[in-house]
Design a protein around this ligand. Structure first.
Ligand code: C5P
Length: 230
């Protein structure tokens, strides 16, 4: 299991201070819409300057026609980041086109597909996809696996079923983690680190429980210590 910390603070300065405080840890950093749209490529470069060993997950959830997605995936690859994601609902042709295009690169980032956004409840999910979250997430994961992606973004509660229909090596990256049962905030379905481990989650994504803590560094230490016992 590898910890991914969400850099979701309101300013570049605060995100960089958080990264700086975590610079001695072997962790992933998640850069989302807000930070990337505002602070762009130079933000990623600065993170790598703070610690060249930081792994970067660029959470931009691409969704467009296949060729446009492949063009974007290529530009993302040139940024030198380590992982990015697309929406699974873009479909198999988009998945194949993206993976084919990236096969031209000697070193490509890992590519994950977003299955069901964790903000959906069953009722609203049904209105869009006409299936349960569990059923659709597993179906999307199978499609992603068959089309050469490296893994999916899903909730802890779908992780094991997804591995069952794909492979143990097929990555599950899961937000909605409250390592030791901290406040859930707006997350609907949260899991502790222990449960994430039991459900075979590869990458727990953790934001607020870390950056709202008085000492993000102490919290990360505590999390990494538990992970090392799994
Ligand atoms: O603060 P918290 O630990 O809830 O942060 C979770 C992170 O994961 C946030 O950056 C959130 O946008 C992101 N995320 C999510 N659910 C998804 C995809 C991404 O919570 N399905």
């Amino acid at each position: 299991m590898e910890l991914c910390v969400a850099l979701d603070l309101p300013s570049e300065k605060e995100n960089l201070a958080l990264a700086q405080s975590l610079k001695d840890h072997n962790i992933w950093l998640k850069v989302g819409f807000r930070a990337y749209i505002r602070d762009g490529k130079s933000f990623i470069e600065t993170l790598k300057m703070i610690n060249p060993e930081f792994k970067i997950f660029l959470d931009l959830k691409l969704y467009d026609i296949p060729n446009t997605m492949a063009d974007a995936a290529e530009e993302i690859t040139k940024l030198g980041i380590d992982m990015f994601n697309i929406h699974a609902s873009a479909g198999p042709v988009a998945m194949k086109t993206v993976m084919q295009r990236l096969s031209n690169y000697q070193k490509r980032p890992m590519v994950l597909a977003v299955t069901a956004l964790t903000s959906f409840d069953e009722e609203n999910f049904q209105k869009v996809y006409e299936k349960s979250i569990q059923e659709k997430a597993v179906q999307f994961a199978k499609m992603s696996y068959e089309n050469g992606l490296d893994g999916v973004v899903c909730s802890t509660f779908e992780s094991r079923d997804i591995k069952r229909v794909t492979s143990d090596d097929f990555i599950t990256l899961c937000p909605g983690i409250r390592p030791f049962g901290e406040n859930a905030g707006d997350q609907q379905r949260v899991a502790t680190l222990e449960l994430a481990y039991q459900e075979s989650v590869d990458y727990p994504v953790i934001g607020r429980p870390i950056y709202t803590n008085d000492s993000p560094q102490a919290k990360v230490n505590q999390i990494l210590k538990v992970i090392s016992t799994f």
